[in-house]
Ligand binder design. Structure first.
Ligand code: SF4
Ligand code: SF4
Length: 337
C-alpha cells in the first residue's frame, strides 16, 4: 500500500468515523498538567506536544482491574461463571515507537503457557497509530536497546509529522492496512510533504546488553554487593512497574461475601514485599534490593532467554516516575562493566 497523508485537522473526522462504527479513540491528552492516554471525543482534546504519555497504553489491552468470573454458593456446590470479553475496536493514537514495540512483549507472556483471551481478544481489536518522536528528553534510551524513532515493530500504522501540519502515513501490519482502507475517506494521497526531523536519543556508550545478559545468566551475581549499593534507595512503591509498557504481573483476587462475589484480575508489582510472600511466612525476596534485582533480571535475562521480544524498550518511563530517581540505565552501565 502506498504511503498516505493525514491532515491534523482530519483527526476530527477520524475520531467521529471510529466512534460511529462503535469504536473507541484513545490519544494523549492533558489532565492536571500531565499528558495521559485517555479516550477522546474531539480532536481538540489531543495533546501533540509531549515526549511520552505518563501512562502506558497497556491499560487498554491489559486493564488495571477486571472481572474474569463471578461465583455463588449454590445448594450443591459453588457455581462459577466465566466472563466473556467482547472488545470494541480501539484506536491508540500517538503511541511512540518504543512502546509500540512492547506489545509483542506482552503478547509473548500472555500466550506463552496459556492463551489469555482477556489480553489477546483486546489486542486483536486494537490499532496502534504510532507517531514518530520529534522531541525527547534525557530519560529516553530506545537506541541503547536496539530501537529508534524509526522502528515500526508493533505499529499498525506509523506516522511521521510533516512541516505542513499533517502526517505521512504508512500502514505497517495487515490490521493497519485494513484500517486505512476502512477509513479511506479521511486519508489523502501523499504528495511529497516534507517530514520533520526525528529526535534520536544518543546511544549510552557504557551499556552493553550482551554483557549484561551474560552476567545475569550466572547466578553468582546474586551475591554481588552492587545490587544493594545501587538499589538501596528503592522504596518499593511499584510505580516503575505500573508505568512500564512491558511489565505484566497480575494477581487474582476474590471479592464479595462468603456466598457470592467476583473473581478479579488486578495489576500486581514484583516490587511489593508481599509479591513472593509464601503462606508459611517465608519470603524468598525478603529485601527490596532482591525485588529490584528480580525486575532487572526479568527484563535482561528472563525475557531474552524465553522470548524474541524485548523486556525493556528504553522508553524511560520508570526513570521519570521514580520518586527516588533510581535510574535503570545507571544499573545497566554498572552491570556492563
Ligand atoms: S524498564 Fe523502564 S525504560 Fe524499560 S520499558 Fe520499562 S519503563 Fe520503559
Ligand atoms: S519507582 Fe523507584 S522507588 Fe518505586 S519501586 Fe520503582 S525503583 Fe523503587
Amino acid at each position: 500500500m502506498a504511503d498516505k497523508y493525514l491532515k491534523k485537522e482530519a483527526l476530527e473526522k477520524l475520531i467521529a468515523a471510529v466512534s460511529s462504527s462503535g469504536g473507541c479513540f484513545i490519544a494523549p491528552t492533558t489532565d492536571a498538567r500531565q499528558v495521559v492516554f485517555k479516550s477522546v471525543e474531539k480532536a481538540a482534546d489531543i495533546t501533540h506536544d509531549y515526549v511520552l504519555a505518563r501512562n502506558s497504553y497497556k491499560e487498554f489491552v491489559f486493564p488495571q482491574t477486571e472481572v474474569v468470573a463471578t461465583f455463588a454458593v449454590r445448594q450443591h456446590g459453588i457455581g462459577l461463571t466465566g466472563k466473556e470479553v467482547a472488545p470494541k475496536e480501539t484506536v491508540i493514537f500517538g503511541a511512540r515507537p518504543c512502546e509500540a514495540a512492547s506489545l509483542s512483549s506482552l503478547r509473548a507472556v500472555f500466550t506463552w503457557d496459556f492463551i489469555d483471551e482477556f489480553y489477546t481478544k483486546r489486542e486483536d481489536r486494537t490499532i496502534v497509530m504510532t507517531v514518530a518522536c520529534t522531541t525527547g528528553d534525557e530519560a529516553c534510551f530506545c537506541t541503547t536497546v536496539g530501537l529508534s524513532p524509526e522502528s515500526t515493530a508493533g505499529s499498525d500504522v506509523y506516522l511521521k509529522e510533516t512541516a505542513d501540519n499533517g502526517y505521512l502515513v504508512q500502514a505497517i501490519s495487515e490490521k493497519g492496512k485494513a484500517f486505512v482502507e476502512k477509513y479511506a475517506a479521511v486519508f489523502e494521497e501523499q504528495a511529497g510533504a516534507k517530514t520533520k526531523k526525528l529526535f534520536m536519543p544518543e546511544k549510552i556508550k557504557g551499556i552493553d546488553l550482551a554483557k549484561i545478559t551474560g552476567r545475569l545468566k550466572n547466578t553468582g551475581h546474586y551475591d554481588e554487593p552492587v545490587w544493594a549499593e545501587l538499589t538501596r534507595k528503592c522504596i518499593g512503591c511499584g510505580a516503575c512497574t505500573y508505568v512500564c509498557p512491558t511489565c505484566h504481573c497480575f494477581d487474582m483476587v476474590d471479592e464479595g461475601t462468603a456466598y457470592e462475589g467476583e473473581r478479579r484480575k488486578n495489576w500486581d508489582s514484583c516490587q511489593y514485599d508481599s509479591f513472593t510472600l509464601h503462606a508459611s511466612g517465608h519470603n524468598p525476596r525478603d529485601t527490596q534490593f532482591k525485588r529490584w534485582r528480580n525486575r532487572f533480571m526479568c527484563k535482561f535475562s528472563i525475557y531474552p532467554d524465553k522470548f524474541a521480544s524485548k523486556g525493556c524498550v528504553g522508553c524511560g518511563r520508570c526513570v521519570r516516575v521514580c520518586p527516588v530517581r533510581l535510574d535503570i540505565t545507571e544499573v545497566m552501565e554498572e552491570l556492563s562493566k
